[in-house]
Write a protein that binds this ligand. Structure first.
Ligand SMILES: [Zn+2]
Ligand SMILES: [Zn+2]
Length: 143
């Protein structure tokens, strides 16, 4: 059983958190919302059981924005640095891979590749939206 603990913090360090165990899944999201939110052409995600996440410092500085009820995006109100996104429908929390520097990021798939602006020909499955297990069409696209 994996008992690892991984620490993360916002851009300024006011908010600190840790997760224990291992992620339920890791990959890349190409959706317009993630790109706009992260100001990047693609976003690395790691999905966790919400119980494995603890805000250890600066919880009072955690802001939250819901563009849709699928994604509750959280950030530091001091520095604007992004932290994590709750996905209430999935019962999982997405911690951006860049926020967990000690976690070996081992992506298994690409999601929302139908909205991509950057092609990543890495041989991993490319889902047009989401896998069927996550409520998507399960359709896969060429790289
Ligand atoms: Zn901060
Ligand atoms: Zn996304």
């Amino acid at each position: 059983m994996n008992r690892s603990t991984y620490k993360g913090q916002c851009f300024c360090g006011s908010v600190k958190f840790e997760v224990s165990g291992g992620p339920e899944g890791m990959g890349y999201c190409h959706c317009e919302s993630c790109r706009s939110w992260s100001a990047a052409p693609v976003n690395g995600f790691t999905l966790w059981n919400p119980d494995s996440l603890t805000i250890t410092e600066g919880a009072e500085h955690v802001g939250e924005y819901h563009k849709t009820e699928n994604s509750h995006r959280k950030f530091c109100t001091r520095c604007g640095g992004h932290l994590m996104t709750d996905h209430p429908g999935m019962g999982l929390v997405d911690i951006f891979s860049a926020m967990l520097p000690d976690l070996d990021f081992e992506p298994g798939l690409h999601v929302h590749y139908g909205e991509k602006v950057l092609s990543i020909p890495d041989g991993l499955p490319k889902f047009a939206d989401l896998p069927g297990d996550f409520g998507g069409s399960d359709q896969q696209l060429p790289e």
